[in-house]
Design a protein around this ligand. Structure first.
Ligand code: KIV
Ligand code: ZN
Length: 502
């Protein structure tokens, strides 16, 4: 069976989603999960775009084993050199360079001729090839480029050494039948196409990114570029989980599959949601909260008789397990560490001790502890954010007939500072007290609360976004008490701001 390569660009195009920017540690965390998921290539960033992107690519190249690590570069000498500096130490590396080819872009944006665009593309592919064997070229806005010119550019860049030619539907303009025909035309007309892999990179402006990518796969594409949860510029990119599951479930149609370990899909989706703060809609295919929920009586009746009546994907196939009990009050340190290893987390002895203490406290409050609880519990250890502030105590007095009042104690260095504030609700009161202790000038942009598992004793998880002086950070907190979770999330975000300021 033909294997279609999965090129994940969550850390590059995905990061271009408004508000989705990630810091180096967050990118490394996502990259580790992408490696576990089995993607073939990770586009780890755009090296020249910022020192943070450069460092993230370099660190991912040094620390994440398995996939090819790639940096994006415009067709410019300084970009390509910077991309090379970022990827050069990775065991498997790629430079992805691009130049627009559509007349619309050449005339209005670059103000150059087709000949000039072709010359720059070829020269920069050659330059990239002087550093690394694995070079990808993208003729940007390919789906709105004159087909004859597009084929000429593709032939020339393959001659110059590109081993992957990526056909971007940059503005999400393509329609499946037409986009598939474009890929077939390239396949049939470009003389040296057998020396390169045809890749596709589809945006979702018309909601067709996955359909266009699948149509391309039917017409000779050997690589699909996509992102977890479909995040990306504007309406996003082709969603990895959707394209992978369509190929897997309908192998009979595509006669192709991918190397993806689908059982890791759910975890990848949740991690990206948590890190970017971008939630998926409940009815999103594969990873939405309702994707496996059957509401109608007729459907439930069918399912009880035989699953295949209304279920085309087993939830376990994408890593969705029915509230699997993992640990409880009597579980020991060894069981806890074993489960962390199985989940892929490596903590130092000191971090493990702290996490185990927290686990024991949680087990006193909550009878059954699930994987999701453990992941929430250890997220602070995984993030490794230095703690300028830590929550020492919190007391709330609230009710329908009294003004909510919060008394908060926060450890700042060696001191414990206490403040009492009133607010419109308990969270408002707690946040006022925290703001007053920490003297923060930040603005709260987003506050979201959700329950991690079912039941009234579930851990509540709070996610906040803060902004101060052009710096944006996200904070998380989890606790069986949602006011405590809210306070932890705010403090976590303030710690990140403090680290960024340094
Ligand atoms: O959408 C696009 O055209 C891109 C290119 C850089 C591949 O993201
Ligand atoms: Zn793109």
């Amino acid at each position: 069976m033909r294997i279609i390569k999965i090129f994940d660009t969550t850390l590059r195009d995905g990061e271009q989603s408004p508000g989705a920017s990630m810091n180096v540690e967050e990118k490394v965390q996502v990259a580790r999960q992408l490696a576990r998921l089995g993607v073939d290539i990770i586009e780890a960033g755009f090296a020249i775009s910022s020192p943070g992107d450069f460092e993230a690519i370099k660190t991912i190249g040094a620390e994440v084993e398995g996939p090819i690590i790639c940096s994006l570069a415009r067709a410019k000498e300084e970009d390509i050199k910077r991309a090379w500096e970022a990827v050069k130490d990775a065991p498997k590396k790629r430079i992805h360079t691009f130049h627009s080819t559509s007349d619309i872009h050449l005339k209005y944006q670059f103000r150059i001729s087709r000949e000039e665009a072709m010359k720059r593309s070829v020269e920069m592919v050659r330059l990239a090839r002087s550093f690394v064997e694995d070079v990808e070229f993208s003729p940007m806005d390919a789906s709105r480029t004159d087909i004859n010119y597009l084929c000429e550019v593709i032939e020339a860049v393959i001659d110059a050494g590109a081993s992957t030619v990526n056909i971007p539907d940059t503005v999400g303009y393509g329609i499946p039948v037409e986009f598939g025909a474009l890929i077939k035309a390239i396949h049939d007309r470009v003389k040296n196409i057998d020396k390169a892999v045809i890749s596709v990179h589809c945006h979702n402006d018309l909601g067709l990114a996955v359909a266009n990518s699948l149509s391309a796969a039917l017409n000779g594409a050997g690589q699909v570029e996509c992102t977890i949860n479909g995040i990306g510029e504007r309406a996003g990119n082709c969603s990895l989980e959707e394209v992978v599951m369509a190929l897997r479930i309908r192998r009979d149609v595509f006669n192709a599959d991918t190397n993806i370990k689908t059982e890791e899909i759910m975890r990848s989706s949740k991690l990206v949601t948590k890190i970017t703060g971008i939630s998926v809609q409940p009815n999103k295919a594969i990873v939405g909260a309702n994707a496996f929920a059957h509401e109608s009586g007729i459907h439930q009746d069918g399912l009880l008789k035989e699953k295949c009546t209304y279920e085309i994907i087993k939830p376990e196939t994408v890593g969705l397990y029915k509230t699997k009990l993992v640990l409880g009050k009597h579980s020991g340190r060894h069981a806890f560490k074993t489960r962390l290893d199985e989940l892929g987390y490596k903590l130092s002895d000191e971090e493990l001790n702290i996490a185990f203490d927290r686990f024991k406290k949680l087990a006193d409050q909550k009878k059954d502890i699930f994987d999701e609880d453990i992941e929430a519990l250890i997220s602070e250890e995984v993030e490794k954010i230095p703690e300028a502030y830590s929550l020492a105590d919190l007391n709330i007095v609230t009710g329908m007939s009294q003004k909510p009042t919060a008394t908060i104690k926060i450890k700042v260095g060696k001191d414990i500072i206490e403040k009492t504030e009133q607010g419109d609700g308990p969270v408002d009161a707690a946040y006022k007290a925290i703001a007053s202790i920490t003297n923060t000038k930040s603005t709260l942009l987003k506050f979201e609360v959700k329950s991690i598992t079912g039941g009234t004793d579930a851990l509540g998880e709070v996610m906040v976004s803060l902004e101060e002086g052009g710096r944006f950070v996200r904070g998380h907190g989890a606790d069986t008490d949602i006011i405590v979770a809210a306070a932890k999330a705010y403090i976590n975000a303030l710690n990140k701001l403090a680290t960024r300021k340094k």
